[in-house]
Design a protein around this ligand. Structure first.
Ligand SMILES: *[C@@H]1O[C@H](CO)[C@@H](O)[C@H](O)[C@H]1NC(C)=O
Ligand SMILES: *[C@@H]1O[C@H](CO)[C@@H](O)[C@H](O)[C@H]1NC(C)=O
Ligand SMILES: *[C@@H]1O[C@H](CO)[C@@H](O)[C@H](O)[C@H]1NC(C)=O
Ligand SMILES: *[C@@H]1O[C@H](CO)[C@@H](O)[C@H](O)[C@H]1NC(C)=O
Ligand SMILES: *[C@@H]1O[C@H](CO)[C@@H](O)[C@H](O)[C@H]1NC(C)=O
Ligand SMILES: *[C@@H]1O[C@H](CO)[C@@H](O)[C@H](O)[C@H]1NC(C)=O
Ligand SMILES: *[C@@H]1O[C@H](CO)[C@@H](O)[C@H](O)[C@H]1NC(C)=O
Ligand SMILES: *[C@@H]1O[C@H](CO)[C@@H](O)[C@H](O)[C@H]1NC(C)=O
Length: 652
């Protein structure tokens, strides 16, 4: 936060020739106006002079670039005096503030060219609370020699350019009975002994950010709550234990150490630290127990964002801490599928609610690995796995995260969302899946309850295929723009320069299209079934007839037996089965011999079949009424279907 501010502030860097060598030394990011009640930017000229501007609370004599060397007299009682951006070199008289009333709470002397300030200068301002001396060229010795009223709580000496604890400043103590916040950011301090603040008993906030600190000697600082040592050159984690294992910083809650060169932590005595910021350091190995509850009993928030070196291992139980709520491992290029991250690394983090692991590598993480790593983190409310090459999610991937409210999956390689993937997540409200490779979104992806609960769903920047299947989504998007519009466009990948919102397709055509398709399929199926049935019936028509007669045969045989028993005589002696092509031979050769010479009675179908009766019945009756059957085998017989039937019938 602080750093991005500094960068922003650089943009409006006011040209000038003041003593700060670092170009980043500009108006501090500390926001006075939000902290000082009733301070408004003054817009009007003061009634009795035009050197300053006045408002109810503020006398603003800033920005005269050296033209103003004293505080002009202005009628009225003010709370804030702004004397910044003048080019005052020295304040050598204790009368300097004689023209202002003693109601003054804030004095801003930022960015003058002060090299000297008389110790008693603030003596007449008996209600002073904030003093801004930043952006000058004062030394520690000068600053700490000033007699701050016992009302002053905030002292800002950042960005002094030369301010460092040099040889002449050695042994200088900062003593004040009232200062709680001391801002020494953006100086050039290389070496500091915190014993210098021992005589400032209620100091609770100490900013030493953006110095050149490499040699920090800690000393018992009993009331310090907030220590910011970010952007320095520290190699070692500050010493926090006394020789008897008591804490040197017993009340410390916030410890900020980002942008240093720290690579390990061994022995710590920080019973109250809740927020530990270690991003941009040189940690390569995070051993078991490094951030355990035993070492940091009160830890809630731990940042290990973007190490300046490749992380080689996070060992098992590295974060064994049931009270840890917030863990940030963003931008470490950690391969979660490899042994770099032990699969038990997060075991014990049962209270974790925010897990930020974006910009790492989940390319080869199977659902088993994922579940082993994170499956037990059932208290999660925020999970950020953006830009981490996540290629696939399964419907059970997030099933255990019933409290998850924010899920970030932006910038991954997802091509598909399984139906109901988020249905188990009873709290999901904000979902970011923008900039993936999702082509289509099924109507069943989001269950009704999930869809109702979502307050933010970002699916922009995906190569959507605009066709009938996406129309439902387009409707949803248009009916609830506040859920979807977050700057990422919904572009149709298959139609150049067309956004989903502008994509038009006749809904009737889509409906018709799908109806017609199912109708055609149904009709085709019915026709095919009929055809198949017909083929089967045709192919087996003789066999089927035979089956039919078989079914009736029992009764026929009974009848036959009965007839035989009654001494029934057959109408024919022989039933002759022959092919139609052989009729000539049968009539001219066979008949004369068998009937004429031998006196047998033959049944031949040309002569004896009853006209009008079905041929099958004729065959059946003839066969039953004949004592014997004669088959006239010939090539024609083999080919004739009726003969085959007769043969089969006789065999049965
Ligand atoms: C200060 O003096 C310089 C030179 O005399 C002048 O150009 C500038 O406008 C003055 N600035 C103000 C704020 O009066
Ligand atoms: C007080 O203001 C007057 C005019 O505004 C100025 O002449 C005088 O020098 C100021 N006194 C001090 C101590 O700055
Ligand atoms: C004093 O004025 C400058 C602009 O000239 C402004 O940036 C700063 O916030 C003001 N200080 C206070 C305490 O209001
Ligand atoms: C600073 O304080 C320490 C400890 O209270 C004391 O020993 C030392 O003499 C003081 N130094 C100065 C210059 O007052
Ligand atoms: C670090 O500071 C301590 C005391 O402030 C001093 O004794 C020591 O020599 C310093 N070490 C280095 C390497 O400057
Ligand atoms: C302090 O704690 C460390 C680590 O827990 C231990 O090795 C050391 O013996 C302790 N020292 C004392 C004096 O108790
Ligand atoms: C995890 O921490 C708990 C509580 O501090 C402790 O009892 C347990 O032994 C630790 N587990 C491992 C595997 O270190
Ligand atoms: C869900 O949690 C249970 C119990 O902790 C565990 O056995 C299971 O593997 C987890 N499922 C997933 C998908 O992580």
């Amino acid at each position: 936060m602080l750093d991005s501010h500094v960068v922003l502030v650089l943009l409006w860097l006011i040209p000038g020739t003041w003593g700060c060598e670092a170009s980043s030394c500009v108006r501090p990011p500390t926001c006075w106006s939000t902290r000082v009640p009733g301070s408004h930017p003054p817009r009007h000229k003061c009634p009795d002079n035009d050197l300053c501007r006045c408002s109810d609370t503020t006398l603003d004599c800033s920005a005269h670039y050296g033209n103003l060397t004293y505080v002009p007299y202005v009628e009225g009682t003010f709370r804030i005096l702004n004397f910044s951006n003048n080019a005052l070199r020295r304040i050598s008289s204790t009368d300097f503030f004689a023209n202002v009333s003693d109601t003054m709470r804030v004095v801003d002397l930022f960015k003058n060219k002060l090299v000297h300030i008389v110790p008693g200068v603030f003596d007449r301002l008996s209600k002073l609370e904030w003093v801004q001396l930043g952006g000058n060229r004062l030394s520690f010795k000068d600053v700490f020699a000033v007699n701050f009223q016992s009302t002053v709580q905030n002292l800002d000496v950042q960005c002094m350019g030369y301010l460092q604890v040099g040889p002449t400043d050695k042994g200088v103590n900062f003593s004040s009975s009232s200062v709680t916040q001391l801002n020494m950011n953006l100086n050039s301090i290389e070496s500091l002994d915190m014993a210098a603040f021992n005589v400032t008993p209620i100091l609770s906030t100490l900013f030493l950010r953006h110095n050149k600190l490499y040699n920090l000697t800690t000393a018992l600082t009993s009331n310090l709550l907030h220590l910011n040592l970010g952007r320095n050159r520290l190699f070692d984690f500050p010493r926090t234990c006394t020789s008897t294992n008591d804490s040197l910083l017993p009340e410390l809650v916030y410890l900020i150490l980002d942008f240093n060169m720290i690579s390990c932590i061994d022995h710590v005595c920080l019973p109250n630290v809740q927020h530990l910021e270690l991003s941009y350091n040189l940690f390569q190995y995070i051993m078991s127990d490094t951030f355990s509850q035993r070492k940091f009993p009160s830890l809630k928030k731990l940042a290990l964002f973007e190490m300046q070196t490749k992380m080689r291992n996070i060992a098992k139980y590295a974060f064994n801490h049931s009270a840890l709520e917030n863990l940030d491992l963003t931008k470490n290029a950690l391969d979660f599928a490899s042994s770099v991250v032990d699969s038990n690394a997060f075991v014990g983090c049962t209270g974790l609610s925010h897990l930020q692991i974006a910009s790492n590598n989940f390319e080869s993480v199977s659902k088993e690995i994922f579940s082993h790593l994170f499956g037990s983190l059932t208290k999660l409310t925020v999970l950020d796995i953006g830009e981490s090459k996540v290629g696939v999610i399964y419907s059970e991937t997030f099933a255990n995260f019933t409290g998850l409210t924010w899920l970030f999956l932006y910038g991954n390689d997802l091509t598909h969302i399984p139906d109901g993937a988020f249905d188990g997540m009873q709290s999901l409200t904000f979902l970011h899946m923008d900039s993936n490779r999702i082509q289509t979104i099924s109507e069943f992806t989001f269950g009704e309850r999930v869809a109702k609960r979502l307050q933010m769903l970002n699916l922009g920047n995906n190569p959507l295929q605009c066709n009938c299947d996406i129309l439902w989504f387009k409707k949803w998007l248009e009916s609830m723009p506040h859920i979807f519009n977050h700057g990422d466009p919904y572009v149709c990948a298959n139609r150049p320069h067309v956004n989903l919102q502008d994509f038009v397709l006749n809904e009737q055509a889509c409906l018709l299209g799908s109806d017609a398709a199912s109708f055609t399929i149904a009709i085709t199926c019915v026709l095919l079934s009929f055809l198949l049935l017909f083929v089967i019936v045709f192919r087996f028509r003789w066999r089927m007839r035979l089956w039919f007669y078989e079914a009736c045969r029992t009764s026929r045989q009974d009848r036959r037996r009965r007839l035989l028993a009654e001494g029934h005589r057959y109408r024919y002696d022989v039933f002759v089965a022959y092919a139609a092509e052989d009729v000539a031979w049968v009539q001219q050769e066979l008949l004369p011999v068998l009937e004429g010479e031998w006196g047998l009675r033959l049944c031949i179908h040309e002569r004896d079949f009853v006209p009008g009766k079905h041929i099958v019945d004729n065959i059946s009756d003839c066969v039953s009424d004949s004592e014997r059957v004669m088959l006239v085998f010939s090539p024609h017989f083999a080919r004739s279907e009726w003969c085959q039937f007769e043969l089969k019938y006789c065999q049965s």
